[in-house]
Design a protein around this ligand. Structure first.
Ligand code: 13P
Ligand code: SF4
Length: 304
């Protein structure tokens, strides 16, 4: 009897497929993935890979972005229902009203958004490149959608521009408890606090570092003089953190933040989509796809 890992290896060869996983996927999924990364790394990678089949262990906006950038490839989602609630949290009227008010407006859209929302926007960003891209845009007025927390984080780094915000948020990061982080800091006063910019203001205000999932992992890797870290993001990142800093200790808020949708992905689902080709991401309608692809392509160009 093959182990699940052996079955996946065989099927990958048969189909010439490659497996991509986000850092929030369960550890056993990250273990069998060919590439693990943050949203920016995975979207760049999807363009570079030559395999005709990509299995994307993430949520729907990730698979959809990979499909938009690679229309000729088959993108398979092990769990077709894995979605990001924030990816839907903006109304078109917010954009229309802002465009009517400011002629010189750039609509900057977090990659955690549907293809339709991307199609309303001028450029896409991820948490790893948002500051750089927004700073270099020629526009003075920026509407940041859908995440208000990432929008405020970028605005603080780019004070020379005027920002408009939208009321979207990631429930996992927004409702993380600052009191729980304070309890951890009291118990481990030497620990540095590393958080994702999707966190609420009370949490970012007490942090030592704010960055994307890969930013957090790299920070812990480079700061070897520190042995303890309090982590303000989804606990799936522990897999890579422990691998890169086996000597360090990592603490998460007691109400362990989890991205339930990504954490549902199983090896059996990976095997199933590889065997059957089910859950292939459909190309969005033409009226949306072209502009949505442009916002993503512009991000890849401006982030160079
Ligand atoms: P990263 O791009 O930092 O991996 O973040 C993606 C995400 O969904 C965070 O909640
Ligand atoms: Fe979306 Fe939040 Fe999950 Fe990230 S952690 S994919 S923002 S629900």
């Amino acid at each position: 009897m093959d182990t699940k890992r052996e079955t996946i290896e065989k099927l990958k060869k048969e189909k010439n497929a490659v497996i991509l996983a986000h850092y929030y996927a369960p550890p056993e999924v990250q273990e069998i993935a060919d590439y693990i990364g943050d949203s920016f790394y995975l979207s760049k990678l999807a363009v570079k890979l030559t395999n005709p089949v990509l299995v994307f262990c993430g949520v729907s906006f990730m698979g959809e972005s990979a499909k938009l950038l690679n229309p000729e490839k088959t993108v398979l989602m092990p769990d077709a229902s894995a979605d990001c609630p924030m990816a839907h949290m903006v109304e078109q009227s917010v954009i229309d009203e802002a465009r009517a008010r400011y002629e010189d407006l750039a609509v900057v859209c977090y990659v955690n958004s549907t293809a339709e929302i991307k199609s309303w926007s001028d450029v896409c960003v991820t948490s790893a490149n948002a500051v750089k891209i927004v700073r270099n845009l020629p526009n003075q007025h920026i509407l940041f959608i859908p995440d208000r927390n990432l929008g405020h984080f970028v605005a603080a780094q780019v004070p020379e521009k005027h920002f408009l915000y939208n009321e979207g948020y990631c429930p996992r990061h927004e409702f993380m408890s600052a009191d729980e982080v304070r309890v951890l800091k009291d118990a481990h006063p030497q620990a540095q606090i590393l958080v994702h910019p999707e966190c609420n203001n009370a949490i970012t205000a007490m942090s030592d570092y704010i960055g994307s999932t890969s930013g957090i992992i790299n920070y812990a890797k480079e700061h070897t003089d520190c042995q303890e870290f309090i982590i303000g993001t989804v606990s799936g990142v522990i897999y890579k953190l422990q691998e890169s800093r086996p000597d360090a200790r990592f603490y998460f808020p007691a109400t362990r933040p989890s991205c339930q949708d990504m954490e549902r992905i199983t090896l059996d689902q990976v095997i199933h989509v590889l065997k059957t080709g089910e859950n292939a991401v459909a190309m969005p309608p033409e009226s949306i796809a072209e502009q949505a692809k442009q916002t993503l392509t512009r991000m890849l160009e401006l982030a160079q």
